[in-house]
Write a protein that binds this ligand. Structure first.
Ligand SMILES: C[S@@+](CC[C@H](N)C(=O)[O-])C[C@H]1O[C@@H](n2cnc3c(N)ncnc32)[C@H](O)[C@@H]1O
Length: 162
């Protein structure tokens, strides 16, 4: 079955050719989701939420998805594609949770993102406490890796000196 979507806007970030693996909340540059003017009214009360999901099309991939991947930060560990957050997927859809800084007209200003400038935006949804955070969530296969805390800094792109 073929499904067609149209972008609802464009994401702007300072990243032209490389981006963090996951959003870096503390990043200081400007990150915005600019909606098509016809969708502006849909942002009504979005600012009430502290966090939102941005869902987007990972548009500049030139690799075919493989069913087994080795996440770059996880050494030589191999896992199934769907047990990973690899961008190279049959449907290259990305998902990032970010903080809402402010909404002005059709522009949503957010905390740091992990996408290239110009990435097409597919959807925005509120991140709702209790609905979206599971107290008993675990680390899956990451649990078994040595140095998990250190690896999490790499995954999240948090600068560290060890
Ligand atoms: C590992 S993915 C994670 C995306 C999202 N947070 C998720 O979990 O679905 C993030 C990586 O995708 C790549 N990327 C970001 N935007 C892209 C785009 N528009 N086209 C191709 N690759 C992109 C960058 O290499 C970035 O480090």
């Amino acid at each position: 079955m073929e499904i067609r979507f149209q972008a609802i806007g464009i994401i702007h970030t300072p990243y032209k050719e490389s981006a963090p693996y996951q959003p870096v909340e503390e990043a200081e540059d400007e990150f915005t989701a600019v909606l098509e003017p016809r969708y502006e009214a849909g942002l009504f009360k979005l600012e009430k939420f502290r966090y939102i999901y941005l869902i987007y099309y990972i548009d500049r991939l030139n690799v075919q998805p493989k069913m087994h991947v080795k996440p770059p930060w996880a050494g030589s560990v191999e896992v199934g594609l769907f047990a990973s957050r690899s961008p190279a997927r049959p449907n290259p859809i990305g998902l990032s949770v970010v903080k809402v800084k402010k909404v002005e007209g059709n522009v949503v200003y957010t905390s740091g993102l992990d996408v290239f400038d110009g990435t097409p935006l597919l959807d925005i949804k509120p991140y709702i406490r209790e609905l979206d955070s599971k107290e008993d969530a675990n680390y899956g296969w990451i649990e078994g890796l040595d140095n998990r805390e250190h690896l999490m800094l790499h995954i999240k792109g948090i600068p560290h000196k060890y």
